[in-house]
Write a protein that binds this ligand. Structure first.
Ligand code: FAD
Ligand code: SF4
Ligand code: SF4
Length: 487
């Protein structure tokens, strides 16, 4: 009987929840999609074909049991659906909102491949989890057994948070250290509210606090305001490094030191802090505020998309995005480009800054036209300058969104024995998630380089299992002499 509710894709077309019109959403930082109604969620979930080999699940980094929770949603059994969702994801309401589903679960759904249009998996995941919060189904973690051993986690982003909750389930005492004053990493200060409203992050943070995770905020490990790495190693039985990547790549073009040229993360953080009600002098004095300005954003990834759409909401006069490749070769999500275009952003494809001009403060960007040349070592066509193609764009604010590299972690932590790759990411043994230092584990962006929230969650979960196995082995070794003596 359950099967009757499923496989409705032939008669039920794909439908997303209501999307607010661009004119309305441009005026605030609220999310752009409404939540599914119960009937719509059940209807959309019922489109699933219940594949024997679900490619959606294969391509989901946390290997969610997607067909199962879609079936339960179609049957109206939402509490059970939530149990299954929560079994493999610590932040499902966030993944439902901000995973690039077109490249992961939904892009690999057989219905998408066969031209029927994917099941709207992310939106159903969000609906299930938001409903679970509203209904009070999400209970704090209460481990069967509290353990004396403690684990220190450096970084309260998705990787650190997923690891923290999994370790609490095993009964460990978990302490999370972060240099920010709020929990969430890029979820709270990087990603804007129109993709992920801040109360959603704060609601989940409260759940972690209620589950016994202890947060130490304003604690810059290895810096002036925090404990040293050596102190944390002495204080805890194991450590997990989940510090993300924060060294912004810079521009080499002449004039890039002019006032009015700002890094993307400083710009987005100021905007998010304003949304959260903080005092932000650099926003109030106009340095990090696009209101009334001609804005040029340089870059083609998710960060650039967030900057252009933030600038629109702040009331910029015009917003242009320069990217050196074309639309088909940009790293950002196509959905985000479409949203930005609807909101009035102009994309200047195949273009790169040649120089910034102005009297102390940027006024104009001189831009090269680019073309795609022969493929480079990575197989991607390398952009090259079209000779004599320069043109000028008016700009009072230029935002650099060129990507992020790792900070020099071994030097910052005073631990030269911590092995890193030639790109500065921490090297780990993927089978245990342990670094070159015994009892020190790592995951998320600091291991992968700039990646995705859902991969951070996956790493945090895998690291929690690695840490549990490591600590269990230590307990077994300590107990072995006693066991021998008793025998
Ligand atoms: P982070 O989220 O960066 O968290 C690291 C934490 O460590 C931070 O809180 C930081 O303060 C703390 N920290 C760093 N050093 C120290 C130290 N020395 N001592 C104490 N604390 C420290 N991904 C998606 O899936 N979808 C999106 O739509 C998306 N949009 C993005 C938009 C922007 C603007 C950016 C920048 C990234 C976006 N990403 C997106 C990527 C995603 O946010 C990251 O991949 C993810 O947050 C990585 O998680 P993490 O836990 O490894 O690191
Ligand atoms: Fe899709 Fe992300 Fe949810 Fe996995 S976690 S099912 S990739 S939205
Ligand atoms: Fe359902 Fe699509 Fe996954 Fe198949 S691939 S189980 S149709 S969501």
């Amino acid at each position: 009987m359950a099967a009757n509710k499923m496989m409705q894709f032939v008669s039920v077309p794909q439908r997303m929840p209501e999307k607010r019109p661009a004119a309305a959403r441009k005026t605030d930082f609220a999310e752009i999609y409404a939540r599914f109604t119960p009937d719509r969620a059940a209807e959309q979930a019922s489109r699933c074909e219940q594949c024997g080999i679900p490619f959606c699940q294969v391509h989901c980094p946390v290997h969610h049991h997607i067909p199962e929770w879609l079936r339960l949603t179609a049957e109206g059994r939402l509490e059970e659906a939530y149990e299954i969702v929560a079994g493999s994801n610590n932040l499902p309401e966030m993944c439902g909102r901000i995973c690039p589903q077109d490249r992961l679960c939904e892009g690999n759904c057989v219905l998408e491949q066969s031209g029927h249009g994917t099941v709207t998996i992310g939106t159903v995941e969000r609906y299930i989890t938001d409903t679970a919060f509203d209904m009070g189904w999400i209970k704090p973690v209460r481990p069967l057994q509290e353990r004396a051993e403690s684990v220190g986690i450096i970084g309260a982003g998705p990787a650190g948070l997923a690891c923290a909750e999994q370790l609490r389930k095993h009964g460990y005492q978990v302490h999370v250290y972060d240099r920010y004053d709020r929990v969430g990493g890029l979820l709270i200060y990087g990603i804007p509210g129109f993709k992920l409203e801040k109360h959603v992050v704060e609601r989940r943070t409260q759940h972690f606090r209620d589950s016994g995770v202890q947060f130490h905020l304003g604690a810059d490990v290895g810096g002036r305001s925090g404990p040293s790495f050596a102190e944390l190693r002495a204080r805890h039985d194991a450590l997990f490094i989940a510090t993300g990547v924060y060294r912004a790549r810079d521009l080499a073009a002449p004039g890039s030191g002019l006032a009015g040229i700002v890094p993307a993360l400083a710009y987005l953080t100021a905007s998010n802090r304003k949304t959260l009600g903080d005092d932000v002098p650099a926003f109030d004095d106009g340095t990090l505020n696009a209101a009334g300005k001609h804005v040029v954003v340089i870059g083609g990834g998710d960060t650039a998309m967030d900057c252009v759409r933030t600038a629109v909401r702040q009331g910029a006069k015009s917003v242009k995005c320069l990217y050196r490749r074309d639309r088909a070769n940009m790293p950002g999500s196509m959905r985000e480009v479409a949203h930005a275009e609807e909101e009035g952003v102009e994309f200047v494809w195949l273009s790169a800054p040649e120089a910034f001009l102005g009297d102390g403060k940027v006024e104009t960007v001189r831009v090269h036209r680019m073309r795609l040349g022969a493929p480079d070592a990575s197989g991607r066509q390398a952009p090259e300058i079209v000779p004599g193609s320069s043109f000028r764009l008016e700009a009072d604010l230029v935002i650099k969104a060129l990507g992020f590299d790792p900070e020099p972690i071994p030097a910052m932590f005073g631990e030269p024995g911590l092995k890193v790759s030639r790109w500065g990411t921490i090297t780990i043994d993927w089978s245990s998630m342990m670094t070159s230092l015994p009892g020190v584990f790592a995951g998320g962006d600091i291991v992968r380089g700039a990646s995705l929230v859902v991969w951070g969650i996956r790493d945090g979960r895998d690291a929690a299992e690695g840490i549990h196995a490591y600590l269990a082995a230590g307990r077994a070794a300590r107990n072995a002499p006693q066991a021998l003596a008793l025998a």
